[in-house]
Ligand binder design. Structure first.
Ligand SMILES: *[C@@H]1O[C@H](CO)[C@@H](O)[C@H](O)[C@H]1NC(C)=O
Ligand SMILES: *[C@@H]1O[C@H](CO)[C@@H](O)[C@H](O)[C@H]1NC(C)=O
Ligand SMILES: *[C@@H]1O[C@H](CO)[C@@H](O)[C@H](O)[C@H]1NC(C)=O
Length: 404
């Protein structure tokens, strides 16, 4: 079987090319003449040069850009995102697109070099399943450099791995709203007209337990929240009700105002409690690509290529009122909350907006999943787009720890 062949030959070919790349990048500066000082990549420039913007650019089709680091056998996969196993169409094509930033170079992650940099340090993801999607890609890539990687679920982690060769832990803490929230069923049985079944109490000033005691453990933290802040997760009969200092906030806050207040409180907490030298990122929204209706209205994403740049506003600009408009709306509020802090924005929204072609769609690995849940046009196939997220995050971590 070609995949067998591929998985046995691939590591050695890959290792050789990495050695080559390493030698190449180490000695290249020696062989270039003085003009090399004007090279546009910041790799050879002194650390005082401003880091380039990796978030603006375009996708280029490149079938020789190199195979993904992992396949369907990675032990950290989640079934529904394991698109190779679920025989999704187009996986080769999905992984042939390469993100090319406008004014600088995005390096492909080098798992050996990166884990070497991270030796004795830990990376934590906190947020919703889109951060888990990100984590799974990260674990499968890093495992290439340490096949002894073991599953790790301590300290409130939902999923993670320990890389013994490097003494590095990378894990995800599931805290979908970041703040603590709890189901409170309706107390009285007196029937009223509003059909309220109960509320989800959100304490805007209390962290979800899952990440309340991890501040000293991680050296890099990546936060996100956003995908649960909708009326499909919390409809009128079971709404979010926001509390502060243990009392309901009055007048009650709507969903977006609640989001804002929670963000402010979480950012404030991170500034106060997480050590200064911990590298902090806030990942902006991962866009959804439901076409022709929302997830529960037969919305679909059976695209075989990325969107064109001209199409993006039509899909995502809130003024066009499309079904996927929430990503940019929430980003606006997140940027406001994070402004002026030492939390770096990981603005993966724009580059991801193009990738209508890269979701699991109907290939979910379970027979009835599509008829029950609809297509998945929200999470991403693995291998796939989150591998590019990893490249971006890793380059930013390198920039910070090496110049830092
Ligand atoms: C495709 O990727 C390879 C490997 O990164 C690179 O050498 C080549 O120049 C790329 N081709 C194009 C058309 O960008
Ligand atoms: C592993 O890393 C942790 C920090 O994350 C450190 O406290 C510990 O001493 C390290 N262990 C070894 C054996 O170096
Ligand atoms: C979705 O498709 C099914 C099957 O074709 C159909 O019965 C249903 O009415 C559709 N729902 C919507 C909201 O369009």
């Amino acid at each position: 079987m070609p995949t067998k062949l591929y998985s046995s030959i691939f590591p050695s070919i890959f290792f050789l090319s990495l050695i080559f790349l390493f030698l190449y990048s180490t000695f290249l500066p020696l062989y270039t003449n003085n003009d090399s000082s004007s090279l546009p990549t910041n790799k050879f420039l002194p650390s005082s040069s401003p880091p380039c913007n990796l978030f603006k650019g375009h996708w280029v089709f490149n079938s020789t850009k190199g195979k993904p680091f992992y396949d369907d056998t990675c032990p950290f996969h989640r079934n529904a995102w394991n698109c190779l196993k679920n025989k999704r169409d187009n996986m080769g094509i999905i992984n042939s697109w390469k993100w090319v930033p406008k004014d600088c170079k995005l390096e492909r992650v080098d798992p050996w070099r990166f884990l070497g940099l991270m030796r004795n340090r830990n990376i934590g993801f906190v947020g919703d399943s889109l951060n888990e999607n990100f984590l799974v890609s990260f674990l499968c890539i890093l495992r290439v450099a340490d096949e002894g990687a073991k599953k790790w679920k301590k300290k409130g982690a939902w999923r993670g791995a320990y890389f013994p060769k490097y003494n590095v832990t990378v894990a995800y803490h599931r805290a979908v709203l970041l703040a603590k929230y709890k189901w409170n069923p309706k107390q009285s049985v007196v029937s009223d007209e509003d059909e309220l079944k109960g509320i989800y109490r959100v304490d805007v000033d209390i962290l979800a337990d899952e990440w309340s005691s991890i501040a000293d453990f991680y050296h890099v933290l990546v936060f996100n929240t956003g995908h649960w802040w909708g009326y499909d997760k919390f409809p009128k009969e079971t709404p979010l009700v926001f509390y502060r200092h243990g009392r309901p906030i009055s007048p009650p806050l709507g969903l977006l105002d609640g989001f804002k207040v929670v963000l402010e409180n979480m950012v404030h907490h991170i500034q106060k409690e997480v050590p200064k030298n911990t590298l902090k990122f806030w990942r902006l929204q991962s866009p959804r690509h439901f076409y022709g209706g929302d997830w529960n209205e037969n919305g679909s994403c059976l695209f075989d290529r990325p969107l064109e740049e001209e199409q993006l506003d039509l899909w995502f600009d809130p003024s066009n009122n499309g079904v996927n408009k929430e990503a940019r709306t929430l980003n606006h509020l997140i940027k406001e909350a994070v402004q002026g802090t030492d939390i770096q924005l990981l603005d993966l929204t724009y580059l991801s907006e193009f990738r209508a072609d890269a979701h699991p769609a109907i290939w979910l690995g379970k027979k009835d999943a599509v008829s029950i849940w609809g297509q998945d046009c929200m999470h991403w196939c693995l291998p796939g787009l989150p591998d590019t997220w990893v490249d971006v995050l890793v380059q930013l971590i390198h920039n910070s720890f090496e110049t830092g």
